[in-house]
Design a protein around this ligand. Structure first.
Ligand code: AMP
Length: 332
């Protein structure tokens, strides 16, 4: 995730962190905070530094274990931009132009103000993946096109220069984990959402979370039923309830049958606070000791670089780049 907000939100937690936490138990997982991606739009230097630590702290507080998974900051591993450059040279301009996320992101302001970095963003993302011989990339549906580009680039490189990269499979994460804006329940909860009341941040105080959930948009009916089309607001609250309590949707519907929206909102507020508050407390604890957090991230970067260096060495050699000092060694 990008360190581009002061806090992660419930959607990031449900759609990404929760799944990553499970995956690290059965896979050799590699996770990073993508600060190189963040600068594709303007960032204030002091804020970027603060948010990078904050994002990493929230990964750990939410259960990403730096001893179990490799956890690092993208710019600490120089092979990312190095491989991205190589991949840039085998990506067709037309191919990159077809990426719908760039079109979406530049729709409002137009391409005159968008950076070339934003345009080549998916190519850096391909490098992030291919450096680690990743077999599986767990992402939301919105990332499918970028992973397909990654596979195409890996295949193309292998064909031109010999077997070098693993072609990764995309793993689309559980759709039920999608969280919607509390004020606009047909839109995804997003850091760029229109209304601050619609977003629950992981670092929100408990009373703020309870209040936001109390003020969530529902409908004029009183029936508590999971029906995302007819009742998007109520369904979103039910999703949050199942997420926070581990109950099934049927159990959740039963818990509130005939009770109206008041008890639903009260219970969802309590359950979400109980789920998120330990994360907030742990995050603040980690941020209280930035030296220790930086140490954990440095260990992660070292582990990541050990893998990434092997891949980049293979890439450079297959491309035909001379090794520094290579001739001298050959002459000996
Ligand atoms: P973003 O903040 O959009 O860069 O997303 C970072 C990660 O969080 C990605 O893996 C997204 O798929 C996931 N994510 C973001 N918003 C939501 C949401 N509202 N519901 C579920 N997952 C989300």
């Amino acid at each position: 995730m990008q360190p581009s907000a002061d806090s992660l939100h419930l959607g990031n937690f449900a759609g990404a962190l929760l799944q990553w936490r499970e995956l690290q138990k059965t896979y050799d997982a590699v996770y990073c905070v993508v600060d190189l991606h963040a600068i594709t739009v303007p960032q204030d230097p002091a804020v970027l530094a603060r948010n990078t630590r904050k994002t990493a702290a929230q990964y750990i507080a939410a259960g990403i274990d730096p001893n179990q998974a490799v956890l690092f900051v993208q710019s600490h591993v120089p092979q990312h931009p190095q491989l991205a450059w190589v991949l840039n040279t085998i990506t067709a301009f037309g191919e990159a132009s077809r990426m719908t996320q760039f079109k979406d992101k530049t729709q409002k302001q137009g391409t005159d103000v968008a950076s070339v970095g934003l345009f080549t963003y998916p190519i850096l993302q391909a490098a992030d993946i291919l450096l680690y011989d990743a077999a599986i990339v767990p992402v939301g549906e919105d990332q499918r096109q970028h992973i397909e580009l990654t596979r195409d680039l890996a295949g193309r490189f292998n064909q031109r220069f010999g077997q070098t990269f693993v072609e990764p499979e995309v793993r689309i994460l559980d759709q039920a984990a999608k969280i919607y804006d509390l004020q606009h329940p047909t839109s995804k909860m997003s850091k760029s959402g229109e209304s601050p009341q619609g977003i629950v941040w992981l670092l929100d105080e408990p009373s703020i979370i309870a209040k936001k959930i109390k003020q969530a948009v529902t409908d004029t009916d009183t029936e508590v039923r999971f029906d995302p089309t007819a009742k998007p607001g109520v369904s979103n609250l039910l999703t949050l309830y199942t997420l926070a309590t581990g109950k099934t949707m049927e159990q959740a519907e039963q818990d509130f049958s005939g009770g109206g929206y008041g008890p639903l909102k009260g219970a969802v507020g309590e359950a979400v606070v109980a789920m998120v508050e330990p994360i907030r407390v742990k995050t603040l604890e980690l941020l209280d000791d930035p030296a220790e957090l930086d140490r954990l991230l440095a260990v992660g970067a070292e582990k990541a670089e050990a893998i990434a260096d092997q891949t980049l060495t293979r890439v450079y050699s297959n491309i035909g780049f001379l090794k520094p000092g290579g001739v001298r060694r050959e002459q000996r």
